[in-house]
Design a protein around this ligand. Structure first.
Ligand SMILES: *Cc1c(COP(=O)(O)O)cnc(C)c1O
Length: 403
């Protein structure tokens, strides 16, 4: 018979998932309650309020989609888009392509603009495309871990409003570690996950929805026959997914508490604790912490003599793409880091596959000891792989950032 789970000790320094904050793990070991227990509905209401702070929004409709971040993305797109709707996706990495793929499955007419990996869009580029395409929805990623870039969003809400488009953002990789302001930036729908800067496990997707977007979703509401009440008339084109039908999920989280799924109680405990941690620390302080440790890691890898991929001025605070030196086997070196030091760093996708490692400093692991230990270990495995690295250069450069 197999034994109890007993995972090896790991320091997860990739682009996510990362080690969960112990407080989140403790919250997730709490006993279950029924889904309509007053304690549970109070936790749900508190979680909504906490995530309004995390997303910097006053949106009433702020809650959790049960599933990994991708469930949040899919819920947003399948609930907003009807077959034939025009969508614009500015693509600057792998997760932009994911938005395209999901929007296409919704039957939307998807238009894209692209910049090379390692760059982001200027607002004028997006505006020109919005003017040409006249989309119902612009869907964009904030931080794309595949390239480490962070798309500036501050002007895009204004652009979308001028052209009467909704604006959706996938902030999974960046939220909590980089400045974010749903309302001030005019974002209509934002989704995230816990396993990046929020210090939790994957499996819950916080979402916030503006009133404009709520109106679009509600106009397609079809309450299931078995729970339909007088006045619940079917309207519009039915949302193609039942599980991810945000009109029904909003009714479940809202005052009617209309039965839909059973809220994933343990994940809710975890998601609530992630938000409590962030609110307690302060959003600005959390962003500053990610900026500090991200800069220490960046200067550290440079101090080892390694190159860094992409336009570093536009990089997310919480992940860096490190060029694998010539002659070094990227996979074998990562494996040595895991086997000898218990440290995981990330591989990469698409055009960057085999060219860079991605090293994260996020959530619970945006810490000085995690950064210095990773740099010290990286020096050793690179040396063993025959690379010429500056002795002590990584830890030294990072310590200077901290000094
Ligand atoms: C990591 C990441 C995801 C992850 O989605 P999961 O379903 O939680 O694996 C989604 N979007 C972006 C931008 C990410 O960086």
């Amino acid at each position: 018979m197999s034994g109890q789970v007993h995972p090896p000790a790991r320091l997860l320094m990739g682009p996510g998932p990362i080690n969960a904050d112990p407080r989140v793990l403790r919250a997730m070991s709490a006993q279950l309650v029924g889904q309509y227990d007053p304690a549970m509905t109070a936790y749900m209401t508190e979680t909504m309020a906490l995530y309004r702070e995390v997303f910097a929004t006053a949106n009433e409709q702020t809650f959790l989609v049960d599933g990994t971040s991708r469930a949040g993305i899919e819920a947003a797109l399948v609930s907003l888009l009807e077959p034939g709707d025009r969508v614009l996706v500015p693509v600057f990495g792998r997760f932009g392509h994911l938005l395209v793929e999901i929007a296409e499955r919704c039957g939307a007419q998807v238009h894209t603009i692209e910049v090379p990996w390692g760059e982001v869009f200027a607002p004028e580029q997006v505006e020109a495309a919005v003017a040409a395409v006249r989309p119902k929805l612009v869907a964009v990623v904030q931080g794309d871990t595949s390239t480490t870039m962070c798309q500036p969003l501050a002007d895009l809400g204004e652009v979308c409003r001028r052209h009467d488009a909704l604006l959706y953002c996938d902030a999974t990789a960046s939220l909590g570690g980089n400045a974010f302001a749903t309302d001030a930036w005019g974002l209509d729908v934002v989704t995230a996950g816990l396993q990046k800067c929020l210090g939790g496990p994957s499996g819950s997707a916080p979402i916030t929805i503006s009133e404009r977007a709520v109106d679009v979703i509600e106009a397609r509401k079809h309450v299931e026959a078995g729970i339909r009440e007088p006045g619940d008339t079917a309207r519009g084109t039915r949302i193609a997914s039942n599980y991810l039908d945000l009109a029904q999920v909003m009714d479940y989280w809202g005052p009617r508490r209309l039965n839909h799924h059973t809220e994933a109680t343990t994940m809710l405990y975890g998601a609530r604790e992630c938000a409590r941690l962030l609110v307690e620390e302060g959003l600005d302080a959390a962003v500053a912490r990610h900026a500090l440790h991200g800069r220490a890691m960046l200067e550290g890898v440079r101090g080892l003599g390694l190159g860094v991929f992409g336009d570093v001025a536009q990089k997310m605070h919480n992940v860096v793409a490190v060029e694998i030196p010539d002659g070094v086997d990227g996979a074998a070196t990562r494996a040595a880091l895991l086997a000898d030091f218990g440290i995981e760093i990330g591989t990469s996708f698409g055009p960057l596959h085999g060219r860079v490692w991605r090293i994260g400093t996020m959530g619970y692991n945006a810490r000085r000891d995690a950064v210095l230990t990773t740099l010290a270990a990286l020096e050793q495995v690179l040396r063993a792989a025959g690379a010429s690295v500056t002795a002590g250069g990584g830890v030294g450069a990072a310590r200077e950032v901290y000094a």
